[in-house]
Design a protein around this ligand. Structure first.
Ligand code: IMP
Length: 181
């Protein structure tokens, strides 16, 4: 497994420390307000679990399933794979996403959620590949800005593998260059 990793970009300690800082910032912002946390599945599941255990404000967790990536490339066509099960009208909503790359996924999700009449919408991402951005997205909380490399671990996958790694690492190029998608 770890033989497929070129190098570790963020250790488990660095991630945990940063998640705790983000949780403090987020808790301070919302105070006692009840928030709906929307983890973006599957990648955002591990990050949002870690975050939701550390924030102090009351919150509901309502995951959403989107698809935009095939293998190691963004398709730019984002699809909602399942409708949300609760009404968001008048609610304070926090999107929790693993990574923002081109921005298409978050851009789509933010427009979708705004159209559901939320009272407020904020976004927290663990990783931001700023230099790969193609469309604008509003981000309120960022864990780490990272280079434009394909990374796995801490929830991030390549073909559903490597999600369980406790660190974020750059996947060896030969792993995905040898595949067509
Ligand atoms: P965007 O639409 O290009 O911003 O891509 C966002 C989505 O692509 C994320 O939710 C991830 O699922 C996936 N993604 C982008 N970059 C990576 C990466 O380096 N590793 C794994 N998944 C990625």
């Amino acid at each position: 497994m770890e033989k497929d990793i070129d190098r570790v970009l963020l250790s488990s300690e660095q991630i945990n420390e940063r998640v705790a800082e983000l949780a403090r910032e987020i808790s301070a912002w919302y105070g006692e307000n009840e928030v709906v946390i929307i983890p973006v599945l599957e990648g955002g599941a591990m990050f949002s679990k870690a975050l939701s255990q550390l924030v102090n404000m009351p919150h509901a967790i309502c995951p959403i399933k989107l698809s935009s990536y095939q293998g190691a490339r963004s398709t730019k066509t984002v699809k909602l794979l399942e409708e949300l099960s609760i009404s968001l009208a008048g609610r304070d909503v926090l999107i929790v996403e693993d990574i923002v790359d081109t921005g298409y996924t978050l851009n789509f999700l933010q427009s979708y959620l705004r159209s559901r009449g939320v009272a407020s919408l904020r976004t927290c991402v663990l990783l931001d590949k700023v230099s790969a951005r193609e469309v604008h997205v509003d981000i309120n909380y960022t864990g780490f800005i990272i280079p434009d490399e394909f990374v796995v671990g801490f929830g991030l996958d390549y073909r559903q593998r490597y999600r369980e790694l406790p660190f974020v690492g750059i996947l060896k190029r030969e792993i995905y260059d040898s595949r067509s998608t």
